[in-house]
Write a protein that binds this ligand. Sequence first.
Ligand SMILES: Cc1ncc(COP(=O)(O)O)c(C=O)c1O
Length: 360
Amino acid sequence: MNAPARINSALDVRAQFPAIENWHYLDSAATAQKPQSVIDAITEAYARDYATVHRGVYQRSSEMTGRYEAARAATAALIGGKPDELVFTRGATEAINLVAQRLPKNGRNRVLLSQLEHHSNIVPWQLAGYEIDAVPLTADGQIDLDAAEAMLTDDHCIVGFAHISNALGSVLDAKRAADIAHSKGALLLLDGCQAVPRVSVNIGNIGADFYAFSGHKLYGPTGIGALWGRAELLDSMPPWQGGGAMIDRVTFAETTYLDAPARFKRGTPHNLRRDRPPRRGRMGPRHPDGINPRPQTPLGPQGPRPPSREFGGVTFLGPKKDAGILWFISQGGGPPRNPPHFGKMGGVRVRPGTNLGPTP
Ligand SMILES: Cc1ncc(COP(=O)(O)O)c(C=O)c1O
């Protein structure tokens, strides 16, 4: 008698998310709603366990520090990395800025990005003074790796690609991207914001050099994220922002710094990182590798991507295979920031088509 009830509650993913009752939430690529287990863990941490980390000499502080470091190990394990290669940041944007600002250029002043990159993987490189080359997309919305191979030169320091596109859901052949980058002595940085919540990631198998992702898209709190980097690369990077938590010894004449990843801490860290990041498997059924095959449609010479499907005045676009992120055009019109017809559709929450990537 109990078995059907257990199965039903396991499948009732929506019931785990108290904030989306009566909503049809289609904006998880921008930020994920939080399951009750995460809300409970945050409440417990403030109500029962709260203390600063790495500083206090009292028991609660040392317990909180233990949990914080366990969270680092769990976060690193989520992508197949080691804890001492994982820097906690305030999000993916900060992780990419850290690499852009601190990776030694070694005479290489160009980065190779793609036309589907999020602004967070474009602007940091501009601010750091790099020249950018942008790899075009294939007709069905993938990063064109043949073009990338042809465009890469000895002047490129970084190849920086989205592992999964936030706009199209297209999935990169990350291993091939790593091989291409390394063939010219460049490093591969993957923006894993959309991949970590959707597919299993193993940075060792990919051969990536840096991997950036955020907590708030992974059902966790806002204002947290991570940069994974190969140990010798993190060691080669000087501290970025100075403050209290990253020092070995400070005098007015000179300061010495901790080793990476502690060297990249800036002030009191976000100490509510817990050792139990939400397990993706609990967030609902998915294709084993997270990829949804779409019916193939013939490509027109003009349109960059073919219509895949029409449904109720909505045209779905995108690559032949996506990772559950859909790009669609609604015939209802209206200003992009305020599509009036969605308001009448039972509380559908979507992301309008601006601020997703570079302006063509
Ligand atoms: C592909 C991609 N990269 C980077 C970001 C920025 O991430 P964060 O909010 O953690 O800085 C986003 C978020 O919108 C994203 O979708």
